[in-house]
Design a binder for this molecule. Structure first.
Ligand code: PRP
Ligand code: ZN
Length: 299
């Protein structure tokens, strides 16, 4: 392919989503070099480069076509969408996949000792946030009039500084809230990392590579939960054992040398295999049970 026709994927430069985003691209087979302070990582084996930017800039870069794909938190994507809608512009983004990493939630939090009995408790109060559009949308849906105080960072210290009565910020582990004597009182958005592309008319560099990357990503996302199970089973118990194998299609059944009464069973289980399942298989007569992680999978 033409060397000039390279695609770019926007990824958070440094933060919560950086490592798991780069890890996903690596698992999709992308080999790239990454030097410190470098904003572009050039893909060595695909016409795909990684643009490292602030997470808040990713939606805009993808909409305009500066990046053909982006990986960002749904919180940033939704904030950007509401901001565009408020200007009468189309949302402009399509969420192609939920990536199952970077989980967090946008919450309203109250200082310890401050009463909260539902959204009406916010009436006439000041709420500090870096997500004014999501917060205003929440307040509007709940018929609450409150003053939104926009801060670009350190939102959690706003109540202590007397700048706000409540805050609306991202919570992941809850450590930041606890350290600032705040307690979560409402969740206004559940978020995770998502893969994005534009819905606007921009020149598409290589639809073929975009689709190929998505297929590989699906393989990566699928094997993350999947396991390979191997066991020995009495031939007579095969029906019961097949039924116990979680979510697996027809398992592979092979003879065991010198043991006409027994078979070896191999199966891919597209979901977590719990100890309870293994114990049930054992009770049904299975022996030599092995559960292995999978690395790659294509349908
Ligand atoms: C969020 C939020 C809190 C922290 C909460 O910031 O603003 O500071 O994470 O996480 P915790 O519940 O695990 O303590 P983020 O990492 O998204 O950084 P950013 O606001 O600079 O994008
Ligand atoms: Zn951010």
């Amino acid at each position: 392919m033409d060397k000039t026709l390279r695609m770019r994927v926007g990824v958070q430069k440094s933060g919560r989503l950086t490592d798991n985003s780069l890890d996903l691209l690596h698992r999709c087979g992308l080999v790239y070099s990454r030097a410190p302070d470098q904003l572009i990582c050039y893909g060595e084996n695909m016409p795909l480069d990684i643009l490292l930017v602030r997470d808040d800039d990713i939606p805009g870069l993808v909409i305009e076509g500066a990046c053909q794909l982006g990986i960002a938190g749904l919180n940033v994507v939704e904030e950007h969408r509401l901001e565009r809608l408020s200007r009468g512009e189309p949302g402009g983004l399509e969420v192609l996949r939920n990536l199952g990493v970077g989980q967090c939630r946008l919450c309203i939090a109250a200082p310890e000792g401050v009463a909260y009995e539902g959204p009406a408790s916010l009436e006439g109060k000041k709420v500090a946030t870096s997500y004014p559009f999501l917060l205003r949308d929440y307040l509007r849906r709940n018929n609450v009039e409150a003053q939104v105080v926009v801060l670009s960072g350190a939102v959690e210290i706003a109540p202590k500084l007397g700048k706000a009565d409540f805050i609306c910020d991202l919570v992941s582990t809850g450590v930041t809230l606890a350290a600032n004597h705040l307690r979560e009182v409402e969740t206004i958005l559940e978020s995770q990392s998502v893969l994005l592309r534009t819905t606007m008319e921009v020149p598409v560099v290589s639809e073929e590579w975009i689709q190929r990357l998505i297929r590989r990503l699906d393989g990566v996302l699928q094997v993350r939960e999947s396991k390979y199970i191997m066991l020995h089973a009495p031939r007579a118990a095969m029906k019961e054992i097949s039924d116990l194998l979680p979510g697996s299609e027809a398992p592979t059944v092979m003879p065991l040398e010198g043991r006409p009464d027994k078979v070896a069973v191999h199966a891919v289980c597209p979901e977590e295999v719990f100890w309870e399942t293994l114990e049930a298989l054992q009770s049904a007569g299975a022996t030599s049970l092995l559960v292995l992680p999978l690395e790659k999978m294509l349908p």
